[in-house]
Design a protein around this ligand. Structure first.
Ligand code: C5P
Length: 326
């Protein structure tokens, strides 16, 4: 029998089409209506048996903490790469330890992250890596867990982790972890402006509490749901909203100029992605002619690149499927 000693999982970034944030709950989290949309910026996460010659002890590793044997990261992300924690605090490392703990299985693994998703950028890159690490270890260790069980472990790791397993488009409720798929007939094209800065999700939520102490209960925007169901890029662009945007702009005011630059160049919709600071621009899709979309996309990319405001400008389409073993 051949035993795999390496498993690689490809996992997408997300952008939020609607992020409605309710008041702060007693547990410190916020109830959300969070319309996640998976886009074609992918990280690849490889887990490798730390020593292929060392057999897994019966019943797995001695303690769950031993399951994580080290982490490396690479990719073409400029200064973003230096923000990736390389120790046990990385969410992908925590995913390895958590799965070993819960299943009592596993052998020590090293984790390599090949990153394309902005780091601390509001596109759930860390959450995506955690989801990929769960799936990769499940496969490497031969656990064969059902998706429902993996989704439960994912929710214990973070609010955005379950969506990275599912992908496509889904509305997240609760703190974002209770997911209901949404269907859309069309594909949409996006431009993303990466900031030279990072923002911590917790600090953006704290700023939101300061600015909006009276936040109402979050509700799904019917106009957005209709635009998605109809595959209508102009209506979708007009319906994009993010309650955290004001808080992200308050912490990094220059983002306002980035948003105006993309909108001024013809984007159909512009918003801060999640807790930021990545800015997302919808440039077309659905039934639009490919040449029309390509022209709009090129104009938005050129304006952003010429603005001197962004570390990098990248294009992607959505939606795409969630984490998958390669
Ligand atoms: O769940 P996750 O670990 O990604 O959350 C990071 C931080 O973002 C939390 O510690 C919390 O401050 C904030 N958060 C929140 N409400 C949510 C999700 C995240 O306040 N629904």
């Amino acid at each position: 029998m051949t035993v795999n000693t390496t498993v690689t999982v490809r996992v997408p970034a997300k952008v939020n089409l609607q992020l409605a944030v309710g008041p702060r709950r007693e547990d410190g989290f916020h109830d959300l209506v969070n319309v996640f949309h998976a886009v074609s910026l992918f990280d690849e996460v490889t887990v490798q048996a730390a020593s292929s010659r060392r057999p897994s002890p019966p019943g797995g590793v001695g303690s769950a903490a031993e399951a994580f044997a080290g982490l490396t990261a690479g990719g073409a992300l400029g200064s973003h790469l230096s923000r990736v924690p390389l120790d046990g605090s990385n969410l992908a490392a925590r995913a390895v330890t958590l799965l070993a703990e819960r299943t009592g299985r596993g052998l020590p693994v090293t984790v390599h992250l090949d990153k394309n998703i902005p780091v601390a950028g509001g596109m759930a890159g860390g959450s995506a890596d955690a989801a990929a690490a769960l799936l990769a270890c499940d496969r490497l260790w031969g656990c064969g867990l059902p998706l429902e069980e993996l989704l439960g472990y994912a929710a214990d790791l973070g609010s955005d982790v379950p969506f990275a397993l599912l992908g496509a488009t889904a509305v997240g409720m609760g703190r974002g972890e209770v997911l209901r798929p949404m269907t859309s007939p069309g594909r949409f094209r996006w431009v993303f402006a990466l900031s030279p800065h990072g923002l911590s999700t917790a600090s953006v939520f704290a700023e939101y509490d300061r600015i909006r102490p009276d936040a109402p209960e979050p509700l799904l925007d019917r106009g957005l749901a209709d635009a998605l169901a109809g595959g209508d890029p102009a209506a979708l662009g007009a319906a994009l909203t993010n309650d955290l945007q004001e808080a992200a702009l308050s912490l990094l005011p220059e983002l306002e100029r980035t948003l105006k630059t993309g909108a001024g160049a013809g984007a159909l919709g512009s918003l801060v992605s999640g807790s930021g600071p990545t800015c997302a621009f919808l440039v077309g899709g659905g039934a639009e002619r490919e040449s029309v979309v390509a022209e709009r996309e090129a104009a938005v990319v050129a304006a952003l690149e010429g603005s001197g405001l962004c570390e990098q400008v990248v294009t992607a389409y959505g939606d795409v499927p969630g984490a998958a073993v390669l």
